[in-house]
Ligand binder design. Structure first.
Ligand SMILES: *[C@@H]1O[C@H](CO)[C@@H](O)[C@H](O)[C@H]1NC(C)=O
Length: 254
């Protein structure tokens, strides 16, 4: 009985030892293959990620207090049945749409953000309850578009401008030309390089009978996310107070 058990055990041991040796080296080979495969996959993944990131990668993206609010997605530059609610005659409804867009125009910028952007804090418009007055460049441009469209439609807006403001400030050719320059700079700085392919149409509003069509896409910032960022620190017109300016205002200077 004892003898048998021993021999049985022996037998088991030898047979399992025989089986273990080749399967152990098979295991090593399998691990090697797996590691090589993982290395290969990682290389491919890195290459693909790098390739995808390349066009959107910005070299040394400069600091902005709103940097964290920026998200990108691709959008077609033209869609079938495209009709903008902004493309209409001047009206209280259109003014309300523009006022909505301009809500985030003036925002509070903190002292830390001023430093991070490399600003000099002396002689800057400082808010009574902390921070500084800031205007994001995109809102400067939007303000310019709003003022330009009002100037172009002066037959409608003239009556709405207080008499003492007519022909001054925002309602001058100088200001309009400044705005055109602001917008020219913006458009050329962030060129939308998707291509329109003009199509022959019977009732197009182009004199040559073409209409702009495109399947091209452009990379757009998520406007809602940026707008929400600005709205949270927006300074509503007439609802914020600045610390007094350090010197008296000279005429014809700003
Ligand atoms: C900040 O502005 C003030 C006043 O204009 C000037 O005297 C000072 O040198 C400036 N500081 C820096 C760091 O540029």
């Amino acid at each position: 009985m004892d003898q048998e058990t021993i021999s049985l055990l022996d037998d088991k041991e030898t047979s399992s030892a025989k089986k273990t040796r080749p399967s152990y080296s098979l295991f090593k080979i399998a691990v090697l293959i797996a590691l090589t495969y993982i290395c290969f996959l990682e290389t491919v993944r890195f290459a693909v990620t790098y390739e995808t990131l390349q066009p959107t990668r910005h070299h040394n993206t400069p600091y902005s207090p709103a940097s964290s609010a920026i998200e990108y997605s691709n959008t077609k530059i033209w869609q079938e049945g495209d009709y903008s609610k902004f493309e209409r005659e001047p009206s209280p409804e259109l003014d309300a749409l523009w006022n909505e867009i301009l809500t985030g125009q003036n925002v509070r910028i903190t002292e830390d953000e001023m430093k991070l952007q490399g600003e000099n804090t002396s002689n800057r418009a400082e808010l009574e309850d902390g921070g500084y007055l800031g205007l994001m460049s995109v809102w400067h441009s939007l303000h310019c578009l709003d003022v330009l469209r009002r100037n172009i439609n002066m037959d409608y807006y003239w009556a709405l401008i207080p008499e003492e403001e007519r022909g001054r400030g925002l309602w001058t050719k100088e200001h309009s030309n400044h705005c055109i320059e602001r917008l020219r700079s913006d458009v050329m700085c962030h060129p939308n390089i998707a291509v329109y392919i003009p199509k022959w149409v019977e009732n197009g509003h182009h004199p040559d009978g073409m209409a702009m069509r495109s399947n091209g896409e452009t990379e757009c910032v998520n406007w809602n996310a940026l707008d929400q960022w600005a709205r949270k620190r927006a300074l509503a017109h007439g609802k914020y107070k600045l610390k007094p300016r350090p010197y008296a205002r000279k005429k014809n200077k700003d």
